[in-house]
Design a binder for this molecule. Structure first.
Ligand code: ADP
Ligand code: MG
Length: 318
């Protein structure tokens, strides 16, 4: 009998990301929005799909917009099934990762298992970078079970290396209301003191603009280096942008580990070029971009992802 042929994975020179996010058959949210851009930036990406749905559910839209997809079908992975996949990888010595990325998580049991995954991956690579997008809600409304908030707040923030909340999520995690630029900077400091050295509040809505605030605390004893990027609001509603911006921030901040401002300029510039293309393409096809939520033109924007022209500048605070 022929000896069994063993299979062996080569180590990744560029970084290997375990990305635990939702999957949609059609459309770009969750892993569909994150995996391709990270691959374009040169990373090996191993996706675990926390759900597999036919299309996005419009959870972000709630009652805000009427023209989301009317229904969806699919499957949800539970915490035990997630752990089963991790055990399968471990049994084959395939659990060495440089990065863990998580996005929307719908249940406490799944989130608790993610915490076990963080521990397990760090037992194999103590330098594992955990990029956590604490997806919980937007515009004053939660779209996860409320019990999830305290798990993020009490357990997940503490183990995250980089956190990318939006304004509402930063408020939920800190208990601190954000109504100004100053408040955003303060919220980042509160989050640093709880764990992550890098915090990016991906959107604070002020006077018709979107403010992205980034904060990097390079040493525990030092104040963080902070910056903002002002983004004019495009009059349209997109899905998957939060998942995409977090993936791009992971990708670029790993290439510029000491320049979070530079990483954010690149991420935002890519994203804005893609959003502009999305709006233009919908208009060209005869749609009113304000009449429904737009699916991002991800595949069509690969050049903007690979080689972004920096058109959005970070302004540093002293
Ligand atoms: P989420 O709340 O889903 O996490 P955000 O609202 O923070 O996502 O959006 C992520 C990024 O997408 C923002 O930093 C911004 O750059 C971009 N973005 C989203 N919507 C718009 C818009 N209407 N106009 C311009 N940029 C947008
Ligand atoms: Mg987000």
């Amino acid at each position: 009998m022929a000896p069994p042929i063993l299979s062996l994975a080569l180590p990744s020179e560029t970084g290997r990301v375990l990305s635990i996010q939702s999957h949609t058959v059609q459309g770009y949210v969750g892993n569909k929005s994150a995996v391709f851009p990270l691959q374009l930036l040169g990373y090996d990406v191993d996706p675990i799909n926390s759900v597999q749905f036919s299309n996005h559910t419009g959870k972000l839209l709630l009652s805000l917009h009427s023209n989301r997809y009317p229904t969806f079908r699919g499957q949800v992975l539970n915490g035990q099934q997630l752990w089963d996949l991790i055990e399968g990888l471990e049994a084959n010595d395939l659990l060495y990762y440089t990065h863990l990325l998580t996005g929307y998580i719908g249940s406490v049991s799944f989130l608790n298992t993610v915490l076990e995954v963080v521990n397990k991956l760090r037992s194999i690579n103590p330098r594992l970078v955990y990029v956590c997008d604490p997806v919980m809600g937007d515009e004053g409304k939660l779209y996860v079970p409320p019990e999830l908030v305290s798990v993020y707040r009490e357990k997940v923030v503490a183990v995250a290396s980089m956190l990318t909340p939006n304004q509402f999520e930063a408020e939920q995690l800190t208990g601190f209301r954000i109504t100004s630029e100053r408040d955003g900077l303060e919220a980042c400091k509160i989050l640093h003191s709880a764990g992550p050295s890098k915090v990016v509040i991906t959107s604070i809505h002020l006077d018709g603009s979107i403010l992205l605030i980034g904060s990097h605390q390079k040493a525990k004893s030092q104040p963080p280096e902070q910056f903002k990027i002002v983004i004019p609001k495009i009059p349209a509603y997109f899905t998957g942008t939060g998942d995409l911006v977090t993936a791009l921030l992971l990708g670029w901040s790993n290439k510029y580990p000491d320049n979070l401002d530079r990483a954010a300029e690149l991420a935002v510039s890519s994203l804005q070029a893609l959003l502009q293309r999305t709006v233009n393409d919908y208009k060209r096809a005869g749609f009113d971009p304000q009449s429904s939520s737009l699916e991002i033109r991800l595949i069509q924007s690969q050049e903007d992802i690979r080689n972004p022209q920096v058109s959005f500048r970070a302004e540093r605070y002293n």
